[in-house]
Design a protein around this ligand. Structure first.
Ligand code: ADP
Ligand code: TZP
Ligand code: MG
Length: 268
């Protein structure tokens, strides 16, 4: 167990300097908070999902993120077009398989998207465990499992699909199948604010866009930024309602030096 050999503060500074354009194909619940999270952190979000333009836009974006939270049949072609275009242009893309275990439609679409080999898969513990074929206690979009319990599933998926897997919860876990890291921090109020996980998936896209050669490190930095900012907001929040604006303020206020000092990352 060691400290990371890279600086999250430097990755944050690089991301802010690049102000990367991130194409977010996300769900109807997450649209607003995800865009605000990216703006507060220092990236440039664009919610572009229609079949007619999703592929064309992916070629000019720095990264694409795809989230199936409010899946409907008319949305699938745009997701596939964006993922294919990202692959064709050598851009990283991130998949968030929200509640994929709940219905056959979701399972089928996630299967089609996984076949296109996302750079990074980000889900809560129940989603990651179910994707590896394990029994879970997830209920709809909410996890019923701890991220610690999902570590083996994350390793299995990273090796099977050759991607980075990020599983979030009270403690986050990131792996590329050989290297792994845990990230501590955050707040118990975070799962009480809807779509924060979806917003985090978009933020992973922002870091991957500015550091495309290091998707493992980029993913850790994004999760650590949420962990430190969540902890900062928790100290002042009175509940989930006041937490959300405090969290946006904390994301934008965090400087690189304090980020490096406060991030609790352990390489395993
Ligand atoms: N009990 C908790 N304590 C601290 N942070 C948490 C807790 N649960 C979730 N988080 C944080 O909330 C964010 C969203 O994660 P999660 O709730 O697992 O995703 P989702 O919203 O997709 O279910 C992550 O940054 C995660 O670390
Ligand atoms: C409530 C809800 N219903 C469909 S998507 C969604 C948001 C889920 O957000 P998260 O996965 O970040 O909890
Ligand atoms: Mg989620």
């Amino acid at each position: 167990m060691t400290n990371p050999s890279f600086s999250c503060g430097r990755l944050l500074a690089a991301m802010r300097q690049a102000n990367p354009l991130v194409q977010c194909i996300t769900n109807d619940v997450a649209m607003n908070i995800a865009a605000n999270v990216l703006l507060a952190a220092g990236a440039s979000p664009a919610m572009v999902s229609a079949e007619e333009e999703a592929g064309e836009f992916a070629r000019i974006a720095g990264a694409v993120t795809i989230n199936i939270g409010t899946l409907w049949s008319g949305g699938v072609a745009g997701m596939l077009a964006a993922a294919n275009a990202a692959n064709g242009a050598g851009k990283p893309w991130v998949l968030d398989p929200v509640a994929h275990y709940a219905t056959g439609f979701r399972r089928r679409v996630v299967g089609e998207l996984m076949a296109l080999e996302p750079t990074i898969l980000r889900g809560n513990a129940s989603e990651i465990m179910a994707m590896a074929g394990e029994a879970t206690r997830g209920q709809g979009v909410d996890s019923g499992d701890s991220a610690m319990a999902a570590q083996n599933a994350a390793l299995t998926l990273a090796r099977r699909y050759g991607c980075i897997v990020a599983v979030t919860g009270d403690v986050d876990f990131v792996t590329d199948g050989s290297r792994s890291a845990t990230i501590e921090g955050g707040s118990p109020l975070m799962p009480k604010v809807t779509a924060l996980g979806c917003a985090l998936t978009c933020l992973v896209g922002a870091f991957a866009a500015s550091t495309p050669d290091q998707p493992f490190e980029a993913t850790i930095a994004a999760l650590a930024l949420f962990a430190v900012s969540g902890q900062d907001a928790d100290g002042h929040a009175r509940g989930p309602g006041s937490f959300q604006p405090l969290f946006l303020d904390a994301l934008s206020a965090l400087g690189s030096d304090r980020f490096d000092a406060e991030a609790r990352i352990t390489m395993r």
